[in-house]
Design a protein around this ligand. Structure first.
Ligand code: IPE
Ligand code: IPE
Ligand code: MG
Length: 246
């Protein structure tokens, strides 16, 4: 058996877990406070947050998670100062430019949750190209929720259902789910929020109906493999009853 080398993440051993969530969703929060703590501008926190993406993605693949959903920009985040919004847009652009080929090589299938129409046309095109390039990949499905809001998603689904002429008696849970941005993907098993905030902030409000929740005090840029493993360990202990008696 390989020895555990303390202090080195790379060689660290993570005892196998008995139950792995198929779909993990993360509210990546605390970038601003991470920066403030270091006397840096908020945007430096967002940049540090994107550096962390790679670590968490790799860890998800290694631990056997099949679908990862990341909350990157909410419909409410448009209310932030213009400079911060522009900074976040340029980070999205940079991440696609810098990471796309590697993500593709690693078998990541990229998807977008939300409304693309409000972002710059060239950036929209970049996102669509990335989705197209990776559409047949199967190692991990990565949903990026950008300009995403749970209520907007439900409103959009209702509009589409009406437009497509579904009669009232044909509308059920399954049909509504199909019309959400997540479409045929399984609901999240585990929803994680970093930075100590105990709320959903309009994230996956339909799909999270029976998710397990895990809240971590750690700010997103510092939420690495160890922290994710900790979250998965908590999930392993949960007794999912779905309203039934065991
Ligand atoms: C999360 O970090 C990233 C986005 C919402 C875009 P925040 O920017 O919310 O960081 P805090 O919560 O202010 O620390
Ligand atoms: C939620 O975080 C949105 C994202 C992480 C993208 P916020 O920081 O915007 O949420 P509130 O303001 O704390 O509810
Ligand atoms: Mg926040």
């Amino acid at each position: 058996m390989a020895r555990t080398r303390i202090g080195s993440d790379r060689h660290k051993e993570y005892p196998p877990l008995k139950r792995i969530p198929t779909h993990v969703a993360i509210i990546m929060d605390g970038n601003g406070r991470w920066a403030k703590q270091r006397g840096l501008p908020r945007i430096a926190g967002h940049r540090a947050g994107t550096e962390n993406l790679r670590r968490v993605l790799r860890a998800c693949v290694e631990f056997g998670v099949k679908v990862l959903t990341l909350y990157a920009f909410s419909t409410e985040n448009w209310g932030r100062p213009e400079a911060e919004i522009q900074g976040l847009m340029s980070i999205l652009r940079d991440v696609i430019n810098r990471e796309l080929q590697d993500l593709h090589k690693e078998g990541v299938q990229l998807r977008h949750l939300g409304d693309l129409s409000r972002i710059a046309p060239d950036l929209q095109q970049q996102v669509l190209n990335a989705i197209e390039l990776t559409r047949d990949n199967t190692t991990l499905i990565l949903n990026v929720a950008f300009n995403y809001g749970g209520r907007a998603e439900i409103v959009h689904a209702i509009q589409e259902i009406v437009k497509n002429g579904h009669p009232p008696e044909a509308i059920n849970d399954e049909l509504v789910s199909r019309y959400l941005y997540t479409g045929s993907l399984p609901d999240p098993d585990l929803i994680v929020r970093t930075s100590g905030e105990l709320r959903l902030s309009n994230f996956l409000i339909w799909q999270g109906a029976y998710a397990e929740y895990y809240f971590s005090e750690v700010y997103w840029p510092d939420f690495g493999k160890d922290a994710l493993y900790e979250a998965l360990k908590h999930y392993e202990q949960r007794d999912r009853r779905y309203g039934l008696v065991k």
